[in-house]
Design a protein around this ligand. Structure first.
Ligand SMILES: CC(C)(COP(=O)(O)OP(=O)(O)OC[C@H]1O[C@@H](n2cnc3c(N)ncnc32)[C@H](O)[C@@H]1OP(=O)(O)O)[C@@H](O)C(=O)NCCC(=O)NCCS
Length: 201
């Protein structure tokens, strides 16, 4: 069966971000029936059933303080994961970024770095955010390196706040600000903006 052609909502180079579909729910269920993945995501020992994934999917349309996209590899048109912003606070211009490359074969190929950067650019341009944070568990070196490459920097540690297998690990907090990002890719999406100049700052 040919893969479904998905809308390119936020276009990148090797990937693009798209809207999530009801038909994606079984794929999310497969990704979240994996103890390694849920441990990286902070839900130690949890596996989620299809009903829970369906509930999460249904909640997306109702929640205005979060936005989630699917990550599609341009070459194959395959959905490999999701990336999103939650706790979007329009008063202070802040939000928290989360990502999961659920397809394990797609990890370590640079897609996560690109998705994180696109999501941050989208948030600062279209949601007018000025600062975005994220956290990872100190042993998630792959995440750490991807976030550094995307432009995030470490701002602190919640020492020993994460337990796994009887051991404690730090949660590492990183952030990125609007000034750290080049938003020209986002402003180029609004073709007539060029004629009126692109406000900076
Ligand atoms: C964390 C995650 C988003 C990173 O995305 P990704 O596409 O896998 O990462 P990238 O390929 O863009 O970058 C990974 C970097 O880590 C390195 N890396 C890959 N595998 C690694 C490993 N096992 N250990 C240490 N570093 C590793 C890569 O070499 C690359 O760094 P480099 O380019 O400086 O060499 C993705 O792996 C993921 O979703 N993992 C599962 C869930 C998760 O951890 N979510 C985030 C929770 S905070």
């Amino acid at each position: 069966m040919l893969p479904v052609i998905r809308p390119e909502v936020v276009p990148g180079e090797r990937i693009f971000l798209t809207t999530l579909l009801q038909d994606d729910v079984p794929t999310f269920t497969e990704w979240f029936a994996d103890l390694e993945t849920t441990a990286y995501l902070g839900a130690v020992g949890a596996v989620f059933r299809v009903e829970q994934e369906q509930e999460w999917y249904n909640s997306l349309a109702k929640q205005s303080d979060q936005i989630n996209f699917g990550i599609i590899v341009r070459e194959t048109q395959h959905l490999i994961g999701t990336v999103g912003l939650k706790n979007i606070d329009l008063l202070h211009g802040t939000a928290e970024l989360g990502i999961n490359i659920g397809d394990k074969t797609a990890r370590g190929r640079g897609y996560g770095t690109e998705a994180v950067r696109l999501m941050a650019e989208y948030g600062c341009f279209f949601k007018n955010l000025s600062s975005i944070c994220l956290w990872f568990v100190a042993f998630n070196e792959r995440g750490h390196r991807a976030y550094l490459k995307a432009g995030f920097r470490e701002v602190g540690r919640w020492r020993g706040s994460y337990q796994l297998g009887g051991r404690r690990y730090d949660k590492v907090i990183m952030d990125i600000t609007r000034d750290d990002l080049d938003l020209s890719r986002m402003s180029a999406l609004i073709h007539q903006l060029g004629e009126h100049g692109h406000a900076t700052g």
